[in-house]
Design a protein around this ligand. Structure first.
Ligand SMILES: NC(=O)c1ccc[n+]([C@@H]2O[C@H](COP(=O)([O-])OP(=O)(O)OC[C@H]3O[C@@H](n4cnc5c(N)ncnc54)[C@H](OP(=O)(O)O)[C@@H]3O)[C@@H](O)[C@H]2O)c1
Length: 240
């Protein structure tokens, strides 16, 4: 396992929820992180630019924004971890009522954006023998009524991530983080008290545990991993 300082991650959707928690933890561990979100004010309030944080306001669907992310990675000259975390829940509707527009909007954010951004960043990931992660959901393998558009996008994202891994000889993980107390979860359960769901910060050690363990590429549940077993391996360290 090669270990070096200055490891670099791209994490989409870093202004809130899991993306923010993961970004903060990796930066604390000595990584440099390039991240984004659409709402510039919220992004820069959560993660002001600093030597180890590059916060780029923009939409993962936007090719010019993807170019800006790629330019930030080029300035670092390496990429060890790419996490597709930003996501669109879409409309919570029975599929009989979903329109083509609903589906294409969700796919643009959850599937096509991640594909085209990965394509731009692949040379760096391959050169660093880096790790590609798609944040998935149990909805990708279950068939919950009214979750169909989101679920289909996550199932397709899993497939895309794992195929990119096979094609390019890099570790690739489709990771179900489990329920988290976030804005997206509240949007999925409007009016419901979600205070019993774990905070995203509590999921991060499991995600880092997966990266530290470096299992074979595949689909995993974050909860099945723990960082305690390999507590130091992500401090200025490698992800595989
Ligand atoms: N929360 C759960 O219970 C749960 C369960 C299973 C899986 N997940 C998955 O976990 C991941 C994180 O979810 P979360 O609950 O942490 O979400 P969240 O709290 O709603 O945060 C989403 C983040 O992504 C950004 N974002 C959304 N769309 C974007 C776009 N088109 N371009 C750039 N940034 C965008 C948001 O900022 P802006 O709005 O400003 O763009 C925000 O920073 C998602 O992939 C989600 O599907 C969540």
């Amino acid at each position: 396992m090669n270990r070096s300082h200055n490891e670099v991650a791209v994490i989409t959707g870093g202004s809130a929820g899991l993306g923010l928690a993961l970004t903060e933890e990796l930066v604390d561990r000595g990584w440099s992180v390039v991240t984004d979100a659409r709402d510039a004010d919220r992004l820069h309030a959560a993660l002001p630019n600093s030597p180890r944080v590059t916060s780029l306001a923009g939409d993962v669907r936007d090719r010019d924004h993807q170019d800006a992310i790629a330019a930030a990675v080029a300035r670092h000259g390496r990429l060890d971890l790419l996490v597709h975390n930003a996501s669109d829940l879409g409309p919570m509707l029975p599929l009989a009522e979903a329109t083509a527009n609903h589906l294409s909007t969700v796919l643009e954010t959850n599937l096509i954006g991640p594909l085209t951004l990965t394509q731009r960043l692949l040379p760096y990931l391959i050169a660093s023998r880096g790790t590609l992660v798609g944040i998935s959901s149990d909805a990708a393998v279950e068939h919950y009524p009214t979750w169909g558009t989101y679920a289909a996008s996550k199932a397709a994202l899993d497939h895309l991530i794992l195929t990119l891994g096979e094609e390019n000889g890099i570790s690739a993980y489709a990771v179900d983080p489990g329920d988290m107390r976030t804005a997206m979860h509240q949007a999925a359960f409007p009016g419901e008290d979600i205070s019993d769901r774990p905070l995203p910060e509590s999921v991060v050690p499991h995600l880092l545990g997966l990266l530290a363990a470096g299992p074979a590429s595949g689909r995993y549940q974050a909860a099945d991993f723990s960082l305690e077993a390999d507590a130091s391996s992500l401090s200025n360290g490698a992800t595989r």
